[in-house]
Write a protein of this length. Structure first.
Length: 390
């Protein structure tokens, strides 16, 4: 496991790398706020240009950044992995910083929705520009609201979990707060987990499986919880989060009329599909065996696909260090480690997303790796990394 990339026995170098560690810890994760900032900037540029033609082209800027610019930069530095700031994260001041930073994303998310709904409903964009901006906002909203909401719902503090639920409500995904904690982490890699993609299952089949599973399993979980606790139907957690989503919908309609309401609903669907797209890749084809006692083996590093990419690590709060998250779901984002033992795809996630849209091609690329990982728990692809100082 790659906890630290810079303990090389050279004290001078170690001091230099510790300084880099501090820089990454204090500034790097602020990159997460760049996600909601990009659709806001896109809207501003579209209005400031005063030219409808330019505005419609700029509407695709977030998608270009996410799926062309960032992958291109990371391809230039394929082994660059953000270091784990172990030397500073244990100090009280840093603990506060790391805790508060994701909490502030709720303000950024609401601001992005306000700007996006207002802009999309203004009539500046034509059909194609509107589609581009809708896709951009939905995908970036999912990366902000769902990704950071995911981090927060794992925390022990009730306030943090509530903010996590609030973030999820902005994309109509209150079911995730329930099934992710009660189903996915418990049954990952087994037939009991609808969020684990089966070998040979296409992304299209998986999207439908996840859509049904989120609804049916969250309802079942809450029904069981209420029955055991003796509480009434009105204590159902789904009522809370979807009640708040309804408030967001009313907010969207107030801002942009029915056009704003339609934008909000469609953006929610896109955000959810983007999250499930990532889920598909993170567990595709990986299964847990039944041990001698007849129970499923405990979750291990090779039960999740992981990736170490510098920009993704910082902007997504180490989301792609997924095997370490499953080994310890309560490990905070800044302490997640890239595990050399976990499976990793031959290409970065941006490429794998598009490959998955063509199932035969995706399976032809992935299945040889999958077969290898099923016979050994040691990744044949050597993990290496470089520091920011190199």
């Amino acid at each position: 496991m790659n906890e630290s990339n810079y303990l090389d026995g050279d004290e001078t170098n170690n001091d230099r790398y510790r300084s880099i560690d501090l820089l990454v810890g204090s500034v790097g994760f602020l990159m997460a706020f760049g996600i909601p900032a990009i659709p806001i900037l896109t809207a501003w540029l579209g209005v400031a240009s005063g030219d409808a033609h330019i505005a419609n082209i700029v509407a695709f800027m977030p998608l270009a950044i996410a799926y062309i610019v960032v992958p291109a930069v990371e391809t230039l530095f394929p082994h660059a992995i953000a270091p784990v700031p172990t030397k500073f994260s244990s100090k009280a001041g840093w603990q506060t910083y790391y805790r508060v930073l994701p909490l502030l994303s709720i303000l950024a998310q609401i601001t992005m929705l306000y700007a996006a709904i207002t802009y999309w409903s203004s009539g500046v964009l034509n059909l194609w520009g509107g589609i581009g901006y809708l896709l951009s906002t939905g995908i970036f909203s999912g990366m902000c609201a769902i990704n950071i909401g995911h981090e927060l719902i794992h925390r022990p503090q009730k306030f943090d979990r509530a903010i996590g639920g609030l973030l999820l409500s902005t994309v109509g995904f209150g079911t995730f707060k329930i099934v992710h904690l009660r189903i996915h982490h418990r049954y990952v890699g087994t037939p009991l987990d609808f969020a684990t993609a089966r070998r040979g299952q296409s992304i299209y089949q998986y999207w439908w499986q996840s859509f049904r599973g989120n609804i049916s399993e969250s309802i079942a979980c809450e029904r069981d919880r209420l029955t055991k606790s003796g509480q009434s139907f009105w204590h159902n957690e789904l009522l809370l989060w979807y009640g708040i989503t309804l408030i967001w919908l009313c907010f969207a309609i107030t801002l942009g009329g029915w056009s704003g309401g339609i934008f909000f609903v469609l953006h929610c669907l896109i955000a959810i599909m983007k999250l499930e797209w990532t889920n598909y890749l993170q567990h595709y084809g990986l299964t847990r065996n039944i041990d001698e006692s007849g129970e499923y083996e405990s979750v291990k590093a090779h039960h999740a696909w992981s990736s170490g990419l510098f920009i993704h690590d910082l902007a997504l709060l180490n989301l792609l260090r997924h095997s370490d998250h499953h080994l310890d779901p309560h490990r905070p984002y800044h302490a997640l480690r890239y595990d050399d033992r976990s499976p990793n795809y031959p290409y970065n996630y941006s490429i794998m997303y598009f490959l998955s849209l063509v199932p035969p091609v995706f399976q032809q690329v992935v299945h040889p790796y999958l077969e290898y990982f099923q016979t050994t728990t040691t990744v044949h692809k050597v993990s290496s990394s470089i520091s920011l100082g190199d």
